[in-house]
Ligand binder design. Structure first.
Ligand SMILES: [Zn+2]
Length: 375
């Protein structure tokens, strides 16, 4: 068994479910077990270990390989340590046909194992970079509110590149969409169900809005394309209104999931949406739901370190992904960020989450090759 696979098995066996998805004081909750275990692993390899407290019992882990000379640039390897919840058997790693199964194997303890092993090997081999500090940053809370990356960005840590670990099939990702959750509400006037014409039905009004979102608004979004991300999207995820059959409802609300492209702002999206509905004589109240903000990511692939990483892993063009992650949080904190890691997002959060062991090894090799080039 390779060292990366062994580490991944150990990580899967240490539950680190995001506490947001569990009842209070669940024994599976929180990242601290994983952070402590990784800290011990890193210290044995000779890395300098430090915790950054984010919330009670929840800390980011920083493990540094300092350069032999002065620090002139800094590279972060930044995967998250939390996972979504899982069935009991998903905390016991198992292997079949070259695939390692278990919660987090793909999202994103596979990246954690790959990055940590590459860095430990570098430290043990005495490959101290000349002027580049390389820091493994295990982040908390990516799956919920990204408190870990937000705390890191707010701490003022300067870095020239962050490689955020997520399952990208070992492709270099420089762009992802943002997420904006909006609640739209229609108001009407209630009346007795036998005299509907005396009221104004808020559900009927909302039905027209839902239809418009799927037709005119979606068509408008399809006309704007980003070279790596394609189009923005809109999806109605929930609807709520009315109380009983014989009352004309005076309120109805929906929750929409709007995936945004670089350049789109929350204010702009609201303006566009409300304006479109108004032209169709539909009145709507619009309330933002997600907090804190989840902006899109767009990192210039021509930045020297990004271009160097692309060359190093043998990729000509970067790619984009649909899902939001820590990369845009770090990028908005001033750290040029990209996403890279073994595994496919199609296996993330599933009941039989797995990762290819060969991909883990290839990821470790690619990262190590890149990091060694700074020695
Ligand atoms: Zn993830």
């Amino acid at each position: 068994m390779t060292r990366t696979e062994k580490l991944l098995r150990e990580l899967v066996a240490l539950p680190s479910v995001n506490p947001a998805f569990l009842p209070a004081r669940s024994p599976r909750a929180g990242e601290q077990r994983v952070a402590d275990f990784l800290a011990a692993t890193a210290a044995r390899a000779g890395l300098d270990v430090e915790f950054q407290k984010v919330a009670p019992g929840r800390s980011n882990l920083l493990a540094r390989l300092s350069p032999s000379g002065k620090v002139r640039q800094r590279i972060l390897l930044a995967p998250h340590m939390d996972t979504v919840n899982a069935a009991d058997n998903q905390f016991t790693p198992s292997k079949r046909n070259g695939r390692l199964f278990g919660r987090g194997a793909c999202d994103t303890k596979g990246s954690v194992a790959t990055m940590m092993t590459a860095l430990c090997e570098l430290a043990e081999a005495g490959h101290r970079p000349a002027e580049t500090e390389i820091v493994f940053v295990g982040l908390v809370d990516e799956e919920h509110k990204q408190a870990g990356s937000r705390a890191l960005a707010a701490s003022g840590l300067k870095a020239d590149l962050a490689i955020v670990g997520e399952p990208t099939r070992l492709e270099v990702v420089t762009a992802h969409k943002g997420t904006l959750w909006l609640e739209l509400e229609t108001r009407g006037k209630s009346a007795h169900g036998s005299w509907p014409e005396l009221g104004r039905n808020a559900i009927h009004a909302m039905a027209r809005i839902v239809d418009l979102l799927q037709t005119a608004y979606s068509a408008r979004l399809r006309r704007r394309r980003h070279w790596l991300l394609g189009c923005g999207t809109v999806s109605v995820g929930a609807i709520c209104g009315g109380s009983q059959a014989n009352i004309v409802p005076d309120r109805c609300s929906i929750l929409i999931d709007r995936r945004t492209l670089p350049g789109e702002t929350e204010a702009g999206v609201r303006r566009e949406l409300v304006g479109l509905l108004r032209r169709k004589h539909l009145k709507v109240a619009c309330v933002k739901r997600n907090f804190p903000p989840c902006y899109p990511l767009e990192t210039d692939p021509k930045l020297p370190l990004v271009a160097r990483f692309l060359r190093s892993v043998g990729q000509r063009q970067p790619v984009g992904v649909r899902y939001f992650c820590d990369a845009s949080v770090l990028a908005h904190g001033g750290i040029p960020s990209m996403v890279f890691g073994p595994g496919d997002i199609a296996q993330a959060h599933t009941a039989d989450e797995w990762i290819s062991v060969a991909a883990l090894e290839r990821g470790r090799m690619l990262l190590r090759g890149f990091l060694e080039s700074f020695s």
